[in-house]
Design a binder for this molecule. Structure first.
Ligand code: PLP
Length: 349
């Protein structure tokens, strides 16, 4: 039988993951058989996880960060909602989020028995007044997105944090994708800019770590207390993570990527990818398409369905927004020459 090979990245324009940095790839391989879920046995990788959390804290403006390396943004968002639900004393808990919040919040709501209330957005960003209308005494968490999945837009996080503070709820920021770009922008999005309580930031996306390496951070240790489950047969006495056995490869590769790239490497990546996204937006606009963005390196445009189907036929991995626009994510593996040949294929059509 022929050996299965992973896909090449040379035509991938749809993914929020990318090729790992060489140091991250090497670290992932070395730590493949380690489990940070059992820190008493796997001490080295447990130490690396503390380093990962420290570095994620540095990136998100938090001097004494608490948190862990999750399986991805989904787990981090579920856990953030779980923290909020367990901490509050609500009979019928609800979470208020903008309509563009990632679908992982729907999973969180269903699993945790929490109602997800979504507010319409204005100009692709959270509308704080519309969110305020949904808040009541049973609201346990208010969510803002820093780098939306479909358009790469950034919600007004300080205003959302104020809303949460006024309502006496937690404020969670989902920066799963945007978190490694935003330090090089003027956006106000992290713990240092607003009263954010928990935040999702994924090394396995723009952080250039191997999959799986997501990140959940909290402003203080007490926020995690409500998640603690006793672990009688392990050296450690309790566990706050969602899964038990976890990927040491993800943890080690996250540390290796951040050591190699924070901050200059990530800044260079941001500059390059933003320039690519702006170039693509101009090319699409010049061809008469309505373009959204880029606010971060992500471009959406109103290409017709047959056109998108033809691009897929030609091997391009492209995806659509909920409103049926073509969506191109300018990740680190997306080069200008790739985009040139993509545009050439568009012109052919
Ligand atoms: N949050 C945002 C903003 C995302 O864009 C994504 C995925 O693209 C997620 C959460 C979920 O992350 P994961 O697929 O790593 O679980």
């Amino acid at each position: 039988m022929q050996r299965a090979e992973p896909q090449e990245f040379e035509r991938v324009l749809s993914s929020m993951c990318t090729e790992p940095h060489p140091a991250a790839r090497e670290a992932a391989e070395r730590f493949l058989a380690t489990n940070p879920g059992d820190p008493g046995t796997y001490e080295q990788v447990a130490r690396l996880e503390s380093e990962a959390v420290e570095m994620l804290g540095a990136i998100t403006g938090l001097s004494e960060p608490e948190g862990y390396v999750t399986s991805g943004g989904t787990e981090a968002n579920i856990q953030a909602v779980r923290i909020a639900r367990n901490r509050a004393d609500a009979d019928d808990p609800n979470v208020v989020a903008p309509e563009h919040a990632h679908f992982s919040f729907r999973k969180a709501a269903e699993i945790l028995g929490v109602e997800l209330r979504t507010a319409p957005a204005t100009d692709y960003r959270a509308d704080v007044d519309a969110m305020a209308e949904l808040i009541d005494d049973d609201t346990v968490c208010v969510v803002g997105v820093a780098g939306t999945t479909e358009y790469g837009h950034v919600d007004p996080i300080p205003a959302i944090a104020d809303l949460a503070a006024d309502a006496g709820t937690l404020c969670h920021v989902d920066a799963a994708w945007g978190g490694f770009y935003l330090p090089f922008t003027d956006h106000r999005w992290h713990f240092g800019h607003a009263d954010v309580d928990t935040l999702t930031i994924d090394p396995h996306k723009v952080g250039q770590a191997a999959v799986p390496a997501g990140g959940l951070l909290a402003r203080s240790a007490d926020l995690f207390e409500g998640l603690a489950i006793d672990t009688p047969y392990l050296e450690s006495t309790s566990q706050v993570t969602l899964t038990g056995t976890r990927s040491g490869a993800g943890v080690a590769s996250a540390v290796a990527a951040m050591e190699a790239l924070w901050p200059e490497g990530y800044r260079e990546a941001y500059d390059r990818e933003m320039a690519n996204a702006e170039w693509l937006a101009e090319q699409l606009a010049a061809r008469g398409h309505d373009v959204v963005g880029p606010e971060l390196p992500l471009v959406a445009a109103d290409l017709s369905r047959p056109m998108t189907a033809e691009l897929r036929e030609r091997g391009w991995r492209v995806s659509k927004t909920g409103a049926d626009e073509l969506r191109v994510v300018c990740m680190p593996h997306v080069t200008r020459s790739m985009l040139r040949s993509f545009v050439a294929d568009l012109d052919w059509y």
